[in-house]
Design a protein around this ligand. Structure first.
Ligand SMILES: Cc1ncc(C[n+]2csc(CCOP(=O)(O)OP(=O)(O)O)c2C)c(N)n1
Ligand code: SF4
Length: 474
C-alpha cells in the first residue's frame, strides 16, 4: 500500500517566522522578487525536513547568488560558501557530521559555471548530500547575465543579440551529465510551474532527504524556476516561458534512481585527535625537520577579541615570528559574522613537532582581549595553561583555579603609548614575557616587513616591549 503523504499546512517550522534584514528593517517580508522560484523551493525544503522530522540536523549550504540570504529564512544549520564551492563545503559538513542532512543549494551560474568542478567531483564521490539546483537560465543576482543554461536565442545582458551556439556553446543539461556518473543515487529534474509540478518537486526533494537519512549518498534535484526580473517578463509570462521554452529542452523527469539497490555508505567517525589525523594522512610524526633544536613542545594559542581589536593580526605576527625562528607553525582565523564589532579569534600553533591539526580546541595559552572572548574560551584552556586577560575591558576574575592567570590593562598601556589599537601587540609582549618561545626581537623583525603602515612600526615595537616589561616588573 502506498505510504500516506503528510502535507504541511501553513508555514513550516524549519522557516523562520520573520525575515530580518541585518539593519533590522524589512521585517516579515522576502527579498526575492515577485514570481521568483527561490522562495517557493525554500518552502518545499522546509516542509520536507519538518515532515521527515530531520530539520534539527539539517545544514543548509548556500553559496553566492540570489539565495545568498537563505540563512535569514532557513531555521537550521547554515553555512555560507564561496561562489560555486557549496558541494565542497557540503562534503566537509557531511564527513565531519555524518548524521547531518546536508543541502547544497545552488543557482545555475553558481553550479554549472564557476562551480562545475566541485559539483562533478562531489557527485562522482557520491557524497551523502542533496544538491538542489535552481535552474533559472540566467545569473539573477548580478542583473541577468548569460548562464551556462541560457537558451539559444535568449537575450541577456551579456548576450544582447541572443545566445548563439557558435559563440557561446549550447545550454548545459546538468541532470543528463550527473546521471552518467556511477555514484549518484537519485537524479531528477522538475519544474515549479503549477500545483502538480510543485507537488512533484516536493516529492523529489523529500525523497532525496530520505535517501540521505539512509546514507544512500548523493542526490541531485534540478528545478526549473522563474526569474521574472532577469527575464524581463511578468510572473505569469515567466511560467509560460518555462513551459514552452525551458521544459522542451530541459526535459523534466527522473534521470537516475538507484535507491532500491544502493547500499548505505559506511559511517566514518570523524576525529579531532591529532594522533589519529597523523595516521589517517599518513604523516610522519615527531620532531619537525625545520625545528631549531630548542624543545618548546606544542604551544597552542587562542587569541580572541572583538572585530577591530586585531586578534587575527596578532596571531599572524606571532606565527610568522615563530616560523622565522625555525618552528612549525599554523594560523587559522575564525571570523565573526560582522566585520567590525563582532567577535573574531584565531588559532595559532607554534611547535617543535609537526602539526597534526591547525584548530586549537584546548589552548595552553589564551589571550582574551574582551569579555565575551573570556566567557567563550575560559573553559577550554588546558589545566595548567595560561590565560592573559585584558583587565582594561574585562572586570571579572577567572572562574578557574587550575590555570595561571595574568591580568594586564592592555588597552590602557597601548593608549598611554599613543596607539590604542596596539593593545594586541602589548598582548604579544605579555605572551613572550610569560612563555619563553623566542626573543621579542623576532617580532620586531616581522613588523619591519609585514606592517602595512610603516609609520606605526616604532609604536608596535614599543607596544610589544611594554607588554614584555609589564611581565618583568610584576
Ligand atoms: C568569486 C565570485 N565571482 C563572481 C561573483 C559575482 N556573482 C555574484 S552572484 C553571481 C551569479 C549568480 O547566479 P546564479 O548562480 O545563477 O544564481 P541566481 O542569482 O540566479 O539565483 C555572480 C557571478 C562573486 N560573488 N564571487
Ligand atoms: S533576480 Fe531573479 S532569481 Fe533573483 S530574486 Fe529576482 S527573480 Fe529571483
Amino acid at each position: 500500500m502506498e505510504e500516506k503523504e503528510i502535507v504541511t499546512k501553513g508555514k513550516p517550522e524549519a522557516l523562520y517566522e520573520t525575515f530580518f534584514r541585518k539593519d533590522g528593517k524589512d521585517k516579515s517580508t522576502t527579498h526575492y522578487c515577485p514570481g521568483c522560484g527561490h522562495g517557493r523551493v525554500h518552502k518545499l525544503i522546509a516542509e520536507s525536513l519538518n515532515e521527515l522530522g530531520v530539520a534539527d540536523r539539517a545544514v543548509f549550504v548556500s553559496p553566492v547568488g540570489c539565495s545568498v540570504f537563505a540563512y535569514y529564512y532557513m531555521n537550521m544549520g547554515n553555512v555560507q560558501a564561496a561562489h560555486g564551492r557549496a558541494p565542497a563545503v557540503g562534503t566537509g559538513v557531511a564527513r565531519a557530521r555524518p548524521d547531518s542532512i546536508v543541502i547544497s543549494y545552488q543557482g545555475d551560474g553558481d553550479l554549472a559555471a564557476i562551480g562545475t568542478a566541485e559539483i562533478l567531483h562531489a557527485a562522482n564521490r557520491g557524497e551523502n548530500m542533496t544538491v538542489i539546483f535552481i535552474n533559472n537560465a540566467i545569473y539573477g543576482m548580478t542583473g541577468g547575465q548569460m548562464a551556462p543554461t541560457t537558451m539559444i536565442g535568449q537575450k541577456t545582458l551579456t548576450s544582447p543579440r541572443g545566445r548563439s551556439s557558435d559563440n557561446e556553446g549550447f545550454p548545459i543539461r546538468m541532470c543528463e551529465i550527473i546521471s552518467t556518473l556511477e555514484a549518484p543515487v537519485y537524479v531528477e529534474r522538475t519544474s515549479c510551474t503549477d500545483v502538480k509540478n510543485i507537488l512533484k518537486t516536493k516529492r523529489a526533494i523529500k525523497k532525496a532527504f530520505k535517501l540521505q537519512t539512509e546514507r544512500k549518498g548523493f542526490s541531485f534535484i534540478e528545478i526549473l524556476c522563474a526569474c521574472p526580473t532577469g527575464w524581463k517578463k511578468t510572473p505569469r509570462d515567466s511560467i509560460k516561458w518555462i513551459q514552452e521554452t525551458l521544459e522542451p529542452y530541459f526535459k523534466p523527469g527522473v534521470y537516475k534512481d538507484a535507491s532500491e539497490t544502493a547500499q548505505p555508505k559506511p559511517r566514518i567517525e570523524p576525529s579531532t585527535d591529532p594522533e589519529q589525523i597523523f595516521t589517517a594522512l599518513n604523516l610522519q610524526k615527531g620532531k619537525s625537520p625545520r625545528a631549531t633544536g630548542r624543545n618548546i613542545g606544542e604551544k597552542r594559542i587562542k587569541l580572541a577579541g572583538f572585530g577591530g581589536q586585531g586578534a587575527l593580526t596578532a596571531g599572524v605576527a606571532i606565527a610568522t615570528a615563530g616560523m622565522h625562528d625555525g618552528f612549525d607553525v599554523s594560523w587559522l582565523p575564525s571570523y565573526g559574522p560582522e566585520m567590525r564589532g563582532g567577535t573574531a579569534n584565531c588559532s595559532v600553533i607554534i611547535s617543535d613537532k609537526r602539526i597534526g591539526m591547525p584548530v586549537v580546541l584546548n589552548p595552553n595559552i589564551l589571550v582574551a582581549l574582551n569579555g565575551p572572548s573570556l566567557d567563550s574560551f575560559e573553559d577550554d584552556v588546558t589545566p595548567g595553561g595560561l590565560v592573559i586577560v585584558n583587565s582594561s575591558l574585562i572586570e571579572r576574575k577567572l572562574k578557574r583555579a587550575d590555570v595561571k592567570s595574568v591580568y594586564v590593562p592592555l588597552t590602557e598601556i597601548a593608549t598611554n603609548l599613543g596607539l590604542k589599537a596596539a593593545a594586541n601587540m602589548v598582548a604579544l609582549g605579555v605572551v613572550l614575557g610569560c612563555e619563553k618561545l623566542f626573543d621579542k626581537e623576532r617580532l620586531h623583525e616581522v613588523f619591519k616587513t609585514s606592517l602595512k603602515r610603516k609609520d606605526t612600526l616604532e609604536m608596535n615595537i614599543k607596544a610589544v616591549n611594554a607588554g614584555f616589561e609589564f611581565v618583568q616588573k610584576h
